[in-house]
Design a protein. Structure first.
Length: 292
């Protein structure tokens, strides 16, 4: 496709963008932010909207702020912004670890958190981290603002509850507690620039020693959307998180995930790897906690 064959509008501010979305619901439009997903699919002729809406320069959507007991991240914040944020490193370490694993440096510099969420890939690396941080997606239109809990946002691969006239404006997270530690683990087909075969995020609240007070776990690429591992979570408080307990939780993970076979991996390999990533993640978490 030639660039001259595309219609692109570049709104000057958020209101302008919402107005364009509002007045164009009777034909297909698509937002372009960092373009790392959009350009690939445009070239493959999978995404051919009548109008592209280029929001990359809406700087009002690029921020990371502490607001009472929450953290607000503007949708246009890049993965590099997240990796370099002292606030997120301290209060949302699991998201920082996930953002570090998104492709290579170029992807992290261009790709945005809003774009990773809106693409709604079951393998999207930031999404399991957002699940364990109880994220809410802020969707804004001229009709108003909605805060959608992340677990209600995804319907299936590439499908979300975002309406045609809505833009993701921010992602809202809870802050991790002082005694809470997180970990993100990823298995990809190669070291960098690769979509996850399985990914795993976990954030747990610890007492002194190895006693866990509870936590959240989520897997990507093992179901049509990212899933919470609630049976595994319920085991976190049964006993001290020693090697044997971690292995028992990993065995339950093997049963709890529901992967499919596709070009990247078989279902049974994904089950084995989900279990292994959970075991490795919890061992790393306990090592970090004991050396804090
Ligand atoms: C080589 C390569 C490697 C990659 N590796 C990884 C990886 O390891 N892990 C991973 O998770 N992803 C990976 N990706 C995918 C991609 O880089 C990320 O998903 C990125 O975060 C997308 O952000 P973006 O700003 O570039 O989105 P864009 O490409 O601009 O947009 C993606 C989609 O989101 C929509 N969108 C964007 N912003 C908004 C908004 N604010 N409101 C509503 N809709 C919006 C667009 O309309 C479009 O449908 C890779 C991509 C490539 C090309």
């Amino acid at each position: 496709m030639l660039v001259s064959e595309m219609d692109v509008m570049t709104p000057i501010d958020l209101q302008d963008c919402l107005h364009i979305l509002h007045t164009s619901t009777n034909y297909e439009t698509r937002i372009i932010a960092g373009g790392t997903d959009a350009v690939v699919r445009m070239k493959d002729e999978k995404w051919l909207p009548a109008l592209w809406i280029n929001i990359k320069d809406l700087n009002e959507l690029r921020f990371i702020q502490e607001v009472k007991d929450e953290i607000h991240i503007g949708a246009l914040s890049t993965h590099t912004d997240i990796v370099q944020s002292p606030l997120l490193t301290k209060k949302a370490d699991v998201l920082v670890q996930a953002a570090k694993e998104v492709g290579a440096t170029q992807m992290q510099n261009m790709g945005t958190l809003g774009g990773n969420v809106a693409t709604a890939s079951p393998a999207g690396d930031t999404i399991p981290a957002l699940y364990v941080l109880s994220a809410k997606i802020e969707a804004t239109s001229l009709d108003g603002v909605r805060h959608i809990p992340i677990e209600e946002f995804f319907i299936g691969p590439g499908k979300t509850t975002l309406k045609r006239n809505e833009l993701i404006t921010k992602i809202i997270l809870r802050k991790q507690l002082e005694n809470e530690v997180g970990v993100f683990e990823k298995l990809g087909p190669r070291k960098a620039q690769s979509i996850s075969i399985v990914n795993f995020a976990c954030s747990i609240v610890m007492e002194d020693g190895r006693k866990c007070l509870g936590g959240k776990m989520a897997f990507g690429s093992v179901a049509p959307t990212v899933i919470r591992a609630k049976k595994c979570e319920s085991m976190l408080t049964l006993d001290e998180l020693n090697g044997e307990m971690i292995q028992n939780i990993a065995k339950v993970a093997w049963k709890e995930v529901a992967p499919i076979t596709d070009v990247r991996a078989t279902a049974s390999y994904r089950r084995d790897m989900a279990s292994a990533l959970l075991e490795r993640g919890l061992i790393r978490l306990m090592t970090r906690w004991n050396h804090r």
